[in-house]
Design a protein around this ligand. Structure first.
Ligand code: HEC
Ligand code: HEC
Length: 327
């Protein structure tokens, strides 16, 4: 009985869009990232998004391989060529811990993989589907968990997979000087200008590089909205809503949708809202960012430490807003 049932269950349980995807290689060195041990191949372009995801203070390095030009006609939804690979390396305390891979293997198929680095820091090995707890210490007593493939898709998408840090806004040369935890642009890193110059971006508006995208808002709001975009809007977005929630933390929607009461009141704050202008202490958004471990934690996965710099920034931003007339 069991032998008959099992294959059927496996098929039912398969994630949509992954059925025909090839398996990722077993070793990071087989993915095309390096030309020789420790030497990144010249065809892989280094870049740094202006609004990074915060992962317990991990130092991150990123590369992308584009076998052909990106179709940039939709500025907010670039279409990557089949064969695109993007890598993101995570290091804690100067030691490499994991390198994540996104690989476009067909017009609508992406392979997700992550590789855990060995003690000697010479090679990284494919992590099983379910992820790996206890991969490194990020603070005394707190350990980094390598996410599962399903976790990857919570943020990068299931049916429609998205590259999150290699977008027109993330690569804009009009960078937000206040952006939290942003790595500096180093020589050789690509931005919109180099992409266009190398012929790797087709169909974009002609003035994209001279009038690059930016979040139009006063400085503190611009930085806050950029942070919420990368760290929260991967899940909180109106085009892929979480059932029962109205919160949309993409820059153009955050301030409107965050004014609602929400379903998670801040303990001890009867006038709690998702975001209460002028009142950080009544704002569930801030309360949940500043929580870890308990059910209140936001984001619910991907970090075990509170992002203090972000909490302080968002607190000041909310405190500086004019309170609503009724509050
Ligand atoms: C909590 C949300 C979240 C989870 C979980 C997550 N990612 Fe990401 N990932 C992001 C964001 C946001 C970026 C872009 C910002 C950055 O690079 O810091 C990103 C960037 C990347 C990149 C660089 C290309 C890109 O999309 O910008 C790769 C590769 C990647 N992730 C792979 C993975 C894999 C594989 C997993 C699962 C093992 C995973 N990610 C889990 C949010 C997430
Ligand atoms: C990996 C997906 C994911 C990410 C990333 C994420 N959230 Fe959430 N969030 C959820 C889910 C799922 C819920 C609903 C369940 C719950 O309330 O715990 C939720 C609920 C919330 C709520 C309550 C909404 C309501 O209507 O009551 C707030 C506020 C919130 N998140 C804020 C944030 C903030 C701020 C960030 C970024 C710092 C963030 N979230 C990042 C998945 C995510």
């Amino acid at each position: 009985m069991r032998a008959l049932l099992l294959p059927a269950l496996l098929v039912l349980g398969a994630t949509p869009g992954t059925a025909k995807a090839p398996a990722p290689p077993r070793l990071l060195s087989q993915t095309g990232l390096y030309a020789a041990p420790g030497v990144v191949a010249a065809r892989n372009l280094a870049y740094a998004p202006q609004y990074p995801l915060w992962t317990d203070g991990a130092a991150k390095a990123r590369w992308i391989h584009l076998p052909a030009a990106i179709d940039g006609r939709d500025e907010a939804g670039w279409v990557f060529p089949v064969g695109t690979k993007a890598w993101k390396e995570f290091a804690f305390g100067g030691r490499k811990v994991e390198t994540r891979l996104l690989w476009k293997t067909g017009p609508a198929t992406w392979v997700f993989a992550t590789y855990a680095w060995n003690e000697a820091q010479t090679e990284a090995v494919l992590v099983p589907e379910g992820g790996q707890p206890d991969a490194a210490e990020v603070a005394p007593g707190l350990r980094h968990t390598i996410p599962s493939r399903s976790d990857c898709r919570d943020c990068h998408g299931r049916e429609k997979v998205e590259v999150l840090g290699f977008t027109a806004l993330q690569l804009s040369p009009d960078r937000d000087a206040g952006a939290l935890h942003a790595e500096p642009l180093r020589p050789g890193m690509v931005t919109l200008k180099e992409l266009a110059a190398r012929g790797l971006l087709r169909g974009a508006r002609p003035d994209l590089a001279s009038r690059p995208p930016r979040i139009e808002a006063p400085p503190a709001a611009r930085t806050a909205l950029g942070y919420l975009m990368s760290n929260c809007a991967t899940c909180h977005r109106g085009d892929r809503p979480i059932p029962g929630l109205d919160l949309d933390l993409r820059p153009a929607h955050a301030l409107r949708t965050a004014l609602g009461p929400g379903s998670f009141p801040v303990p001890g704050q009867p006038e709690s809202r998702l975001l209460s202008p002028g009142h950080p202490e009544r704002s569930a958004l801030l309360h949940r960012m500043a929580s870890r471990g308990a059910i209140a934690q936001m984001p619910p996965l991907g970090s075990v430490r509170v992002d203090q710099a972000a909490v302080e920034h968002i607190r000041r931003w909310i405190a500086g807003m004019a309170p609503l007339p009724s509050h």
